[in-house]
Design a protein around this ligand. Structure first.
Ligand code: ADP
Length: 444
């Protein structure tokens, strides 16, 4: 360092000496030609040339100072230094613009990746994290800043993930659990790129897994529900074919067979209703059905089902106005009818069933069915609308239930923008209600 400084000083001093000598020579030649004394000419020449170079060097230093702090204003220098400064400024400005453009593009690219619901994790050749997208941070429970440069397997310790990464066989994705507390699944796929770096893609497959499970459960439940009456039916057919029965026995067996056939028919009808509701478009909001006619139909069906075993009341509370309901009439009938038939089926003889429509002061209305029946324990209530969920299977089957009624109700209500509410007390009865939004109720 000292050597370098010394040699730099030496070269500067010798450069100045040479300049002074040259200036002196020039001054002597010119001064003596025009009659000045030689010493004065040499001195003036050397001084003039030296001051010119010092002035020039000062300009150079000014430029150098600016280059050291390029954010400062460009020095306004005359002559050659000015031109050099200007050119340097232009080159730097172009580079700055290019850099800004590159950064803008990189930012856009990163924003596009961040906008994706799929996660992206970049690892270097030592499996240290170099970049984490927000979705990946969510999927793996990582911190996009704090966890950078950490070894990925120190942070994601799930055996399935660690084994997958170490296997180096990334043809197929692997299913992993989301971090604790999130209760979901992600599909993880790795890919190699560059010089041994790894890209890890993650996708939230919780919904897909749930739908798959539901489909599997549904198929298993349907098969089970159909197999049971079929087994009973084929047993009776065998009995009829192989045993000589009396007329009374024959009538009894045929009665039981017809009960099982009815059960299968109801199940198929409920399944079809569900499939139809799921497959049809959102119900129109300009098809109106009078509440009075809906209530009349519900009453006729309820009286047929109860056959005088329950005191039934049907009330419309609308301050004397005609009320109409928008949507698909058959779906409303199916939803309301299911609630009424449940109330009758789960209320012992003598228990009352009150069906009521009320216009709400804030707009909209409420259809409710209150029974004095067996009631439902609180822990079952959130699961009642699941397909085939029954609190007591034998009781449900015994009363001709399929376990699909409330899931049909929930579907219909949701499709019409409404809400279903259930309150119940075991041994005292239940109230099932449908809240209908103001947009689907017209009172006049
Ligand atoms: P199901 O065809 O078995 O009646 P639902 O889906 O209509 O099927 O009802 C699901 C379960 O909810 C029934 O099995 C029954 O246990 C319970 N449930 C429904 N309505 C009532 C009610 N009004 N009182 C008591 N329990 C009820």
């Amino acid at each position: 360092m000292v050597d370098t400084t010394n040699s730099w000083l030496l070269s500067r001093v010798s450069a100045r000496l040479i300049t002074a000598l040259l200036g002196g020579g020039l001054g002597w030649w010119f001064g003596t030609h025009i009659g000045y004394p030689a010493t004065t000419s040499v001195f003036v020449g050397a001084a003039a040339v030296l001051s010119l170079t010092v002035f020039d060097t000062l300009k150079g230093y000014k430029l150098l100072d600016w280059l050291r702090t390029p954010e400062a204003e460009t020095p306004n220098l005359p002559g050659l230094w000015g031109e050099v400064g200007h050119r340097i400024y232009r080159v730097l400005r172009n580079k700055d613009m290019q850099l800004a453009e590159e950064q803008r593009r990189l930012q856009q690219f990163l924003s596009a990746i961040q906008a994706s619901p799929n996660g992206l994790l970049l690892l270097d050749e030592n499996e240290h994290i170099t970049w984490i997208s927000d979705a990946a941070a969510d999927h793996f429970g990582l911190d996009p800043v704090r966890d950078l440069r950490q070894r990925v397997t120190n942070l994601i310790r799930q055996p399935a993930f660690v084994q997958y990464l170490q296997s180096r066989d990334y043809k197929d994705p692997v299913k992993c659990l989301m971090p604790r507390g999130m209760q979901g699944f992600i599909s993880v796929q790795a890919r190699r790129y560059g010089d041994g770096q790894t890209l890890i893609l993650s996708q939230d497959i919780t919904e897909r897994e749930r739908a798959d499970n539901m489909r599997r459960d549904f198929v298993a439940n349907v098969s089970h529900e159909i197999r049971t009456p079929l087994t009973v039916l084929s047993g009776f057919i065998e009995t009829l074919a192989s045993l000589p029965l009396t007329e009374v026995e024959r009538t009894k067996v045929i009665g039981l067979m017809s009960q099982q056939a009815d059960r299968m028919q109801t199940l198929v009808a409920d399944l079809l209703t569900l499939a139809q509701i799921e497959g049809s478009p959102r119900p129109a909001s300009d098809r109106w059905t009078p509440i009075a006619s809906l209530m009349r139909r519900l009453q006729v069906d309820a009286e047929g089902l109860s056959r005088g075993r329950h005191p039934l009341t049907f009330t419309i509370d609308s301050q004397g106005r005609e009320v109409e309901l928008a949507g698909v009439e058959s779906e409303w009938i199916s939803a309301m009818g299911n609630l009424v038939s449940n109330a009758i089926r789960y209320t012992p003889d003598g228990g009352s069933v009150d069906v009521r429509w009320a216009c709400l002061p804030e707009g909209g209305g409420e259809f409710s069915v209150r029974d004095g029946g067996i009631g439902i324990e609180a822990e079952h209530i959130p699961r009642l609308t699941e397909r085939f969920y029954r609190v007591d299977s034998s009781r449900s089957r015994g009363t001709g239930g399929t376990g699909l009624g409330l899931s049909i109700v929930k579907h219909v209500v949701q499709r019409h923008g409404g809400e279903m509410r259930i309150t119940s007390e075991p041994g005292r009865g239940s109230t099932f209600s449908i809240q209908v939004p103001a947009a689907r109720v017209k009172a006049h």
